[in-house]
Design a protein around this ligand. Structure first.
Ligand SMILES: [Fe+2]
Ligand SMILES: [Fe+2]
Length: 308
């Protein structure tokens, strides 16, 4: 590590943790990643979505993911993914379209589903990718708000986070379906807005692959998942497990590296899903660690009740 890298604002991006107390395949990998992150003691963690396996239909998945976030020492800012609030109606592969009710359920556990935060001379912006292309009132409201946030940064370096990437290969494609990347209806508009305002980086999750490429002045970063690696043999990016570790400097420079903590288990999705097409329908698998996390949460709630 250089002297410069030793300083700066320490930010970690995790993504696609896919937690559930019922189908608890990925809880151990999540705990391994969080232990590694806690050792690095970042100033802030950003989670770019797919917190759950089936938070869309199962409140218990949302509440379990919220409880599991107490394992992290640092504060965590959170964004929704398709597994948490649903998919854009035109691309609802799992027949779980995003809706106002589903967004409300998410907010009841994790707070705002899009946000901005100024840290160490930077403006960080988190977007809800799932409302893009949805036609919900939130879609237009978020774009108006984004314009204000970009405009109001007054020259500060900007980093943007959202669940879905803006492209699938190394260029902007017309033919890639919206379940993989930001839907084509809003992709060009959003991208031109981000590139025009010289956003320093756009960081996403969703594809369970690691990528770091530059277009113009903007770096596009894909965070690896903690749950499982992509099985996609098309497109770009490297399937891997882990998280991204950033250092942000007040002059707009930043460094980022992918970290893959030792001991993370490589799961085979086919084996987990059995004869079901989607992970959400996979047979339940218990986990002692999931029980411990749920128990700790109950204790936390009880002690809170005792105090009030
Ligand atoms: Fe995912
Ligand atoms: Fe996703």
């Amino acid at each position: 590590m250089t002297e410069r890298e030793a300083g700066g604002f320490r930010l970690v991006q995790i993504s696609d943790t896919h937690l559930s107390d019922r189908q608890s395949f990925f809880v151990e990998n999540y705990a391994r990643a969080i232990r590694s992150i806690n050792r690095a003691s970042p100033d802030l963690i950003v989670h770019t979505g797919d917190l759950t396996i089936n938070g869309v239909a199962r409140d218990a998945d949302l509440s379990f993911a919220a409880a599991a976030h107490h394992l992290a020492d640092a504060r965590m800012l959170i964004l929704p993914g398709n597994h948490d609030v649903g998919e854009e109606p035109g691309f609802a592969m799992m027949d779980q379209p995003v809706s106002e009710d589903r967004l409300s359920a998410f907010r009841s556990y994790f707070g705002a589903d899009w946000w901005a935060e100024d840290v160490a001379g930077w403006r960080l912006i988190g977007l809800n990718a799932q409302v893009l292309g949805s036609g919900l009132p939130d879609e237009a409201a978020q774009l108006d708000w984004l314009w204000d946030q970009l405009d109001g940064a007054a020259g500060a370096p900007i980093g943007v986070f959202l669940h879905k990437p803006m492209f699938f290969a190394r260029e902007i494609e017309a033919g890639v379906p919206g379940q993989l990347i930001v839907p084509s209806g809003t992709r060009a508009r959003l991208l031109s807005l981000l590139l025009r305002t010289k956003v320093r980086f756009v960081a996403s999750g969703h594809l369970h692959k690691y990528l770091d490429v530059r277009i113009g002045l903007t770096r596009f970063l894909w965070a690896p998942a903690t749950a499982y690696r992509s099985g996609l043999r098309v497109g770009t990016g490297a399937p891997m497990l882990g998280y991204l570790d950033y250092r942000l400097f007040g002059d707009g420079m930043f460094t980022v590296r992918a970290v893959s903590p030792p001991g993370m288990e490589v799961h085979r999705l086919g084996a987990l899903k059995g004869d079901q097409p989607f992970l959400k329908d996979a047979p339940p698998v218990p986990s002692p660690l999931a029980d411990t996390i749920r128990g700790a949460e109950r204790d936390r709630e009880n002690s809170f009740r005792d105090r009030v």
